[in-house]
Design a protein around this ligand. Structure first.
Ligand code: NAD
Length: 368
């Protein structure tokens, strides 16, 4: 694979290979863009079949984090890392400590967090070697379970969409269909119930459904029915790609707003939703509550401040919907525009000298 061509394509700043024979560490860190701040993104551990597969994955994920952080108003850039290995078999203290040492050499340009295949315990091992890690144990200043914050962010994004469609941000009396009652879905149901929404729920886990029916008076439907159930808002909180060629004709909702990643199977499905008159809340913006919460650890975790920032997802979605109208594009495209406009605006700030002998200059990528 011509790697430099690949880096040129989306202007990646850096791709770092970390190799430690003794511990078996084979990791790759991708830093996409640090205009807004240090690149923050999770570390995925996965037994990639080839190195090329790992590189493609880490680059794609790192770029996604740039957009997510920028559109969410965070002062963070986009990055991600992968460890090639089986999380069931290949984990050890020395592996993660070795990775932590490599991260320390990056001088804070990349901040790691947990992701698929890694855990708080792994972050704790990384933390022994570097402070450039978030998502550590609460006893070490960690922010704990991100799911309630993700759910709160989804609710805020939903409110912005409801206001756009129904003229008021209130969910009272509206019917919301929630697919998936796991960590995020169950918290979301609680918030929606408090707001006076009527709930229709489903999950492949029967106990989770029974709990929601008992706690919130929710109506339950079979998993295969939820996509076509008549409702005001459909909230996918289980799987990605739920909006696809097969499911599209069936939707009987005004809004799709949920926590799942990659809700649209392909970008063209965003256009198709516009044609069908369904308002889609861009997934990576409305599910950013967990990221916003964990990023707060960088300032010494403060739940109140994190909550305040998560509440701003309402404004982020409003801004994106305004861009969608201005440019005549689907909200998913407008979310990318919102991110790129913010990065360009910050890049354009006049480079006047601030009296700091060299500090500000070292943060600039261009040569002075
Ligand atoms: P989870 O594993 O706790 O919950 C998922 C739930 O979906 C489970 O209860 C599962 O039984 C159910 N489910 C699986 N397949 C289903 C199907 N076909 N029909 C109905 N239900 C089904 O996961 P979570 O942490 O609640 O995350 C939910 C989604 O949100 C995921 O896509 C995740 O990537 C995304 N997300 C989560 C967070 C977070 O903070 N947890 C942040 C951003 C994005």
């Amino acid at each position: 694979m011509p790697i430099f061509e690949k880096l040129d394509e989306y202007r990646y700043e850096q791709l770092v290979f970390c190799h430690d024979k003794a511990t078996g560490l084979r990791a790759i860190v991708a830093i996409h863009d640090t205009t807004l701040g240090p690149a923050l993104g999770g570390c995925r551990m996965y037994p990639y079949a080839t190195e090329e597969e790992a590189i493609v994955d880490v680059l794609r994920l790192a770029r996604g984090m740039t957009y997510k952080a920028a559109a969410s108003g965070l002062n963070l850039g986009g990055g991600k890392s992968v460890i090639i290995g089986d999380p069931e078999r290949d984990k050890s203290e020395e592996l993660f400590r070795s990775f932590g040492r490599y991260l320390e050499t990056l001088g804070g340009r990349y901040i790691v967090a947990e992701d698929v295949g890694t855990s708080t315990e792994d972050m704790e091992n990384i933390r022994i070697e570097t402070s450039n890690v978030v998502g550590v144990d609460v006893t070490h200043g960690g922010s704990g379970d991100p799911s309630p914050f993700t759910a709160l962010g989804v609710l805020q994004g939903m409110r912005a969409c409801v206001e756009e469609v129904f003229g008021t941000p209130s969910l009272e009396g509206l019917t919301v269909a929630v697919q998936g009652l796991g960590h995020v879905g169950s918290n979301l149901c609680k918030l929606l119930d408090e707001d006076g929404a009527n709930l229709i729920v489903t999950d492949i886990n029967r106990e989770a459904v029974e709990r929601a029916v008992a706690a919130f008076g929710a109506k339950s439907v079979a998993p295969e029915e939820i996509l076509a159930v008549p409702c005001d808002v459909f909230a996918p909180c289980a799987l990605g790609a739920v909006v696809n060629d097969e499911t599209l004709p069936g939707f009987r909702c005004a809004i799709i707003a949920g926590s799942a990643n990659n809700i649209l199977h392909e970008p063209r499905h965003g256009e198709a939703l516009v044609e069908r008159g369904i308002l889609y809340a861009p997934d990576y913006v409305i599910n950013a509550g967990g990221l916003i919460n964990v990023a707060d650890e960088l300032e010494g975790y403060n739940e109140q401040r994190a909550t305040k920032r998560v509440l701003r997802i309402y404004e982020s979605v409003k801004r994106i919907l305004a861009i969608a109208k201005r440019d005549g594009v689907p909200p998913g495209v407008a979310a990318d525009t919102s991110a790129l406009e913010r990065i360009a605006a910050i890049k354009s700030i006049e480079r006047l000298h601030t009296g700091h002998p060299y500090g500000q200059m070292t943060r600039r990528r261009e040569t002075l």
